[in-house]
Design a protein around this ligand. Structure first.
Ligand code: GLP
Length: 632
């Protein structure tokens, strides 16, 4: 396609804009849609929009609703076609895309119901083929799609066009990938409830749109996006077929754009400003690319890999190698809370005070041990005053079977008191629950209690006294559904009050670059706002915030500012601690190929960092947990 690209974007085969955040991107896209709708309204022409579901477009839809309410944007003459729908779900199902679209958008606009088209998940199997042909025909009869809005799945799917979908595919019934079903499991309150099939527009149907806008947020999407934008098109990554379209544009937040070459390896696509951080990233990358430890990198390694100007500025190679090696070396510490009475000039944490007040924020119970179980043990062993704060109850993530078993247990104990009454109520409610129903407050309470028990047991396995745990049960979560959380003042006030009470020297948190609709990202935003309320309080000047990473991805070695190594025995202890989160294990003994249990993922991440440090020529450890500083 013809579009002006800057030098740094030369590898990008799709026009891609990186925005400050998801809200800024959504506002821009809403503006483009509004301008088109207004133009067409003025000319008496309809506007035909292809729409998507998922958490990604929710912000865009909120903007459109705002434009309608506050700026009189009319949708009377807008015709919509949705991309897809689960097969086998009636409209009334809480997870049906029909319901999603009405709740998130249509119910708030003046669009006539007859203008709305969404694939029908209830069409009998034998009639689906004909039904799909008719859907295509309706799009054609409406004049074709003016704009198609897209999100992207972690498999690289658009709509429900999973890997293997052809460029010319049309609207049809498809089978969902194991990863897609796992990603949807939480919304459906269990993987077993996720439909196996869906009806989706085909890749060819999407490519027929005159304009295509794909939105994506969060680091979980970074890898597939880089593939779709920079690699040759392939049916292994259906979004890459968008490259052939004359008017496609991707709008990303910084985390989702994180693996584009201009972001992660800018020296390969032009001149760069060699700040210390960029130089470190480049040298670490070079070491991996040529397969040599840092101290063995040669002048020619640099010049053959687009880094000659780094040498000119900061060389020769030997000196640069030593500088970066030392920087990496200084990230390693067995004293995550600082080493008392030691020279801390080159240590990640301050020596003073020797015993720190430390808060570890865990968005859901288990995030703490998954991300930093080994470090938790160190902090406890080294005498710091630890508070582990579980921000949400995590009750949405507990399978019904677990709650039913717990209720039975109480009933079996044959008490006559309030507990038994409560357990009987839960048992009755679970018995009456259909796949459509959300949990009652009683069931959620019991599920929350289960997670508290697991969190305490897990802390104990990390050597942390269970009474160091605090459970905030933030209201945004208790009142919300997955992907539809909204932060309120009480959420922020609860965290701000806790910070004021503890006055921490050190905070560990996560969720910083996660999908903004995820529990971790919402929790991080609550913390960010709480910290903003505390600016100016005396403890703030003396408080450092460290970020740990969620299960999707680990830090790259060059991003790490504190690396806490641990022994084989400590790794086993960490896995044991994670294992205590029984309700979070897969509910089936048969785990689909390529998918892993959470403790396996954590183990892989921690071993992988250790291996990378070893390959850089640093000491060889069994496992490492890694952190980055955050400046609130
Ligand atoms: C589902 C939808 C896609 C959507 C994807 C990503 O699979 N069929 O259209 O793009 O999920 O979802 P989310 O936006 O919640 O990350």
């Amino acid at each position: 396609m013809n579009h002006p690209v800057s030098e740094s974007q030369q590898r990008e085969r799709i026009r891609t804009t990186i925005h400050a955040d998801a809200d800024a991107a959504s506002a821009l896209v809403a503006g483009e849609l509004a301008a088109l709708i207004r133009r067409n309204n003025d000319a008496g022409r309809p506007t035909v929009l292809g729409l998507a579901t998922g958490s990604t477009p929710v912000r865009l839809y909120r903007q459109l609703i705002r434009l309608h309410r506050e700026e009189k944007l009319s949708f009377r003459n807008v015709v919509t076609f949705n991309l897809d729908e689960y097969h086998g779900l009636p409209r009334t199902h809480p997870e049906s895309y029909w319901r999603f679209m009405h709740e998130q958008l249509f119910d708030h606009l003046d669009i006539p119901p007859a203008n709305i088209h969404i694939p029908d998940g209830t069409v009998p199997r034998a009639e689906v083929f004909a039904w799909c042909g008719a859907y295509e025909e309706k799009i054609r009869a409406a004049g074709g799609l003016d704009v198609q809005i897209l999100g992207i799945g972690r498999t690289g799917h658009i709509g429900f066009n999973e890997p293997g979908s052809g460029r010319d595919s049309r609207t049809r019934l498809v089978t969902l990938d194991a990863l897609t079903r796992r990603d949807a499991a939480r919304d459906f309150l269990g993987e077993k409830n996720v439909p196996r099939h869906a009806i989706t527009m085909g890749v060819g149907t999407i490519l027929d749109a005159r304009r295509i806008l794909l939105l994506a947020w969060g680091e979980g999407k970074a890898r597939v996006l880089a593939g779709a934008v920079e690699n040759p098109p392939t049916d292994a990554l259906p979004a890459s077929f968008l490259q052939g379209h004359p008017a496609v544009e991707f709008h990303l937040d910084a985390a989702a754009a994180g693996e584009l070459t201009r972001q992660c390896h800018p020296w390969l696509v032009g001149t760069v400003d060699w700040t210390p951080a960029v130089a470190r990233r480049a040298v670490v990358w070079l070491s991996k690319t040529v397969g040599k430890p840092v101290l063995k990198l040669l002048e020619e390694d640099y010049s053959e890999h687009g880094m000659a100007d780094l040498l000119t500025e900061q060389g020769p190679a030997y000196g640069l190698n030593i500088r970066i090696f030392n920087e990496l070396q200084h990230t390693i510490t067995g004293w995550p809370g600082g080493k008392p009475d030691a020279d801390d000039t080159h240590r990640p944490e301050r020596a003073f005070p020797p015993q720190k007040r430390v808060i570890v924020f865990s968005p859901e119970p288990s995030d703490d041990v998954l991300g930093m179980g080994g470090t938790l043990r160190r902090l406890a062993d080294q005498g710091h005053e630890l508070t582990v704060v579980y921000l949400t109850s995590g009750n949405l993530g507990v399978p019904d079977e677990e709650a039913a078993m717990a209720a039975e247990l109480v009933i079996e104990l044959a008490g006559t008191g309030e507990e038994t009454k409560f357990a009987r109520t839960v048992r009755r409610q679970l018995g009456a629950k259909t796949a459509f129903d959300s949990d009652t407050p009683e069931v959620r309470r019991l599920k929350g209690v289960l997670r508290r028990g697991e969190a305490r047991a897990s802390l104990q396995a990390c050597g942390v006294a269970p009474d160091r745990a605090r459970f905030l049960d933030l209201p945004f979560y208790e009142q919300g559904r997955y992907r539809q959380f909204r932060i309120g003042d009480p959420d922020v006030a609860a965290v701000a009050a806790l910070l004021r009470e503890v006055k921490p020297h050190q905070i560990f948190a996560t969720g910083h670059s996660a999908d903004p609709s995820s529990v971790a990202a919402v929790c991080f935003e609550v913390l960010r706002r709480a910290l903003a309320m505390n600016v100016g309080e005396d403890w703030r000047a003396d408080c450092r915030v460290w970020l740990y990473r969620g299960p999707d991805r680990e830090w790259e070695p060059a991003e790490i500012e504190m690396a806490v190594p641990f022994s084989p025995r400590e790794l086993t202890q960490k896995i044991q601690a994670i294992y205590h989160h029984k309700s979070q294990r897969s509910q089936s003994p048969v785990v689909a190929a390529g998918l892993h249990e959470s403790w396996q993922q954590a183990e892989q991440h921690n071993r992988a960092i250790a291996r990378r440090y070893d390959q850089l020529g640093l000491a060889e450890y069994e496992a490492i947990e890694a952190f980055r500083r955050y400046d609130p």
